[in-house]
Write a protein that binds this ligand. Structure first.
Ligand SMILES: [Fe+2]
Length: 399
């Protein structure tokens, strides 16, 4: 994020004395990516940010995965993971159920009614898509407002917590990277400004407006971090509340972007998925398919052609409208399709013919393409529709 932002009070010169009203010094912290060689921000704390008084293991929810074998297209029904009242008792951090993952990215789903503990992910950036409901996201940089359709981008090591707002359950589709998540480089000028051809610009990105100061003592923070066998966690106790930043400035901070502000790129004939890209991380991309006018060549076939993603696994999360190409497959709101590299996929039988002459698709989907194979988490095993792989043929397995 190369867009400079400033909130609260900061001294006129970095790395100089910045004094409290009582005459003491604030504690300056540089939060920077790639050592000291990429985007960073300077935060000014009331208390020493490295002070901790206790540390114990935090046992994460089940992070185990199993290989996608036999290699199959999969349909997962995520809403089934939180039936009835279960979402009211969960929170966005500890209630996540792992659906898919590999060494680069993990995808989880959660329905939450409770405020989460304080938390930070030291493994990588998080991109949380809000399928439904609303929340405030309190962070060490200040507060974000999150509503249906928002992506909430939380840089690695940002201490924060999720507080659901309103009556509707908060439904979150969580993309956790092992790297950073950012706009695609081809959308950016050589100095980092979003270019005219990009489907969104800086005005569509919403950062925290001001500092968030909270008093407290002996405050717990859950930290997800790297372990020798993958991702693990530690529970720290801080002597004072970590939301003690009176001001910060820089180019590294959390922000939101609404999928409804994504301006779709359309054409006379079918546009490939890179036209729908919104973010990227190491070894994966995030795209979204939004309501849009569709292909206007007089002989256009508006649904996708069949395609083999020879280098990637493709995960679609269906989160609004009707997805034309998937009609007849059983896929609906809250479904995931996983179309792995290794064989072709495309519209269900009859979808091509039905789409001829269509002028508008009212569909909303978030797609993650990974360049290494995805494995199935416990949430996938628990929510799979076993019939999906056979819907193109209309027949089940021979045995
Ligand atoms: Fe596809």
């Amino acid at each position: 994020m190369a867009h400079y932002r400033r909130a609260g009070e900061v001294p006129p010169k970095r790395h100089t004395q910045f004094r409290t009203p009582e005459g003491g010094l604030y504690y300056e912290e540089l939060m920077g990516e790639e050592g000291f060689s990429s985007d960073s921000s300077l935060l000014y704390h009331r208390a020493i940010p490295s002070a901790v008084v206790d540390a114990t293991p935090w046992e994460l929810p089940d992070q185990s995965t199993t290989e996608n074998r036999p290699l199959l297209a999969r349909h997962l029904q995520l809403h089934a993971l939180f039936p009835g009242e279960e979402g009211k008792r969960a929170d966005v951090v500890t209630g996540r159920r792992l659906v898919l993952g590999n060494g680069d990215v993990r995808i989880s789903y959660v329905v939450a009614g409770e405020a989460s503990p304080l938390y930070r992910n030291a493994v990588g950036d998080e991109c949380v898509y809000v399928e439904a409901g609303a929340a405030t996201v309190e962070t060490v940089f200040g507060t974000l407002t999150a509503r249906q359709g928002d992506y909430v981008l939380l840089p690695r090591a940002t201490t924060h917590r999720w507080v659901p707002v309103g009556e509707e359950p908060l439904r979150c589709y969580v993309i956790e990277a092992n790297s950073h998540i950012a706009p695609p480089k081809r959308y950016l000028s050589r100095y980092g400004q979003l270019l005219e051809h990009a489907p969104y610009c800086e005005r569509d990105l919403h950062g925290p407006d001001g500092p968030l100061l909270v008093d407290g003592s002996d405050v717990e923070v859950l930290v997800k971090h790297r372990g020798s066998r993958g991702v693990t966690g530690t529970r720290y106790t801080y002597p004072t509340h970590p939301f003690d930043v009176v001001g910060w400035d820089g180019c590294l901070y959390p922000y939101t972007f609404s999928v409804h502000d994504f301006e779709p790129i359309t054409g006379r004939v079918h546009q490939p998925p890179p036209a729908h890209q919104v973010f990227e991380g190491d070894n994966f991309v995030i795209c979204n398919f939004v309501p849009r006018k569709v292909d206007y060549h007089p002989l256009a076939v508006p649904v996708p052609y069949y395609h083999s993603n020879v280098d990637s696994d493709e995960v679609m999360f269906y989160c609004g409208g009707d997805y034309e190409a998937r009609k007849g497959s059983g896929i609906g709101q809250g479904s995931i399709s996983l179309h792995p590299g290794g064989y072709a996929h495309g519209p269900q039988p009859g979808a091509m013919e039905r789409a001829l002459g269509a002028e508008f698709f009212d569909e909303l989907a978030v797609m993650v393409d990974t360049f290494r194979p995805l494995e199935l988490g416990e949430g996938a095993v628990a929510s799979e529709d076993p019939n999906y792989a056979w819907t193109w043929s209309g027949r089940g397995p021979a045995s």
